[in-house]
Design a protein around this ligand. Structure first.
Ligand code: HEC
Ligand code: HEC
Length: 229
């Protein structure tokens, strides 16, 4: 009898432990963290304030409107979560909206959905939050690799070979294979600062000088040179 009791106690404690672990895995992501994720992954298209004036939509003709505050397709939190997870795979949603499931954790996606709801209802406060977090991250994101992962991966791919997820859509020309790039420093700086269009290349390579500080661009260049093959 005693033995049975012990086994039950033992099993119960395992179940409790597992549920604690599960719970902490799904711990909610703070609004500040959601703003950081937005600034890193979403600004390129949706813009600093969610108005759809990111670098991509204004540079590409016929680009789908990416305003998160107007002509809204997803009204409830669950609809927003679904679109963030599946992107253009949801019927009626442009293929320019990438799917983020796999890339972002469920708790991060949920926090992003709440951030978007906040932007819609309390716009001014949330714009200030996004701006403050962006200023903060310019001071801390000082690894070239981290900046690359946040800003360039979508097109140039995680290994820099030009096979990011947007490469399915951007084809003429495709995002450059940065491991094969041999651009001299000055030309590389120029295209990163000012974008493709200004240097006579594709406008689909966005200009970064308003998004990244000069020191950030310098460490990013260091990273790009380190991945050349
Ligand atoms: C490469 C460009 C691009 C990126 C990056 C991007 N989006 Fe989008 N997104 C779009 C476009 C374009 C639409 C409009 C789709 C439509 O209306 O058919 C859209 C639509 C949406 C919608 C639906 C808005 C509505 O009408 O209710 C949500 C929500 C959304 N995006 C969230 C995000 C989040 C969160 C991120 C970052 C994790 C993100 N997007 C990153 C291009 C992008
Ligand atoms: C929306 C897609 C997109 C994003 C995001 C993007 N690029 Fe590009 N990039 C391109 C395209 C397309 C080209 C090819 C331009 C051409 O050859 O006309 C290119 C070309 C380049 C080149 C020129 C390489 C060579 O040797 O010709 C460099 C350097 C570069 N990108 C760096 C970056 C960096 C750094 C980032 C992130 C801060 C970035 N790109 C983000 C699309 C993108």
């Amino acid at each position: 009898m005693k033995r049975m009791h012990f086994i039950r106690r033992f099993l119960l404690s395992i179940i409790t432990m597992v549920s604690i672990i599960n719970h902490s895995a799904a711990e909610p992501v703070s609004t500040e963290k959601a703003a950081d994720i937005y600034n890193r992954y979403c600004v390129l298209c949706h813009g600093n304030q969610g108005m759809g004036d990111g670098l991509l939509p204004i540079k590409i003709d016929n680009y789908s409107k990416a305003n998160l505050l107007l002509d809204i397709k997803a009204n409830s939190k669950n609809e927003i979560i679904k679109i963030i997870m599946l992107g253009g795979q949801v019927e009626g949603i442009s293929s320019y909206m990438p799917p983020w499931q796999g890339e972002l954790k469920p708790a991060e996606i949920e926090a992003l959905a709440e951030l978007i709801m906040g932007l819609r209802t309390d716009t001014q406060a949330y714009i200030v939050l996004l701006k403050n977090r962006a200023n903060l991250s310019q001071k801390v994101d000082f690894s070239g690799r981290v900046i690359y992962q946040g800003r360039c991966v979508l097109c140039h791919g995680s290994t820099g070979e030009g096979n990011g997820r947007m490469a399915r859509i951007i084809k003429t020309p495709p995002p450059a294979d940065l491991t094969a790039s041999r651009l001299p420093d000055e030309m590389m700086l120029d295209i990163i600062r000012n974008g493709g269009q200004v240097v006579g290349r594709s406008p689909q390579m966005p200009p970064w000088k308003d998004q990244l500080s000069e020191p950030e661009i310098k460490v990013l260049m260091g990273f790009l040179k380190s991945i050349r093959d």
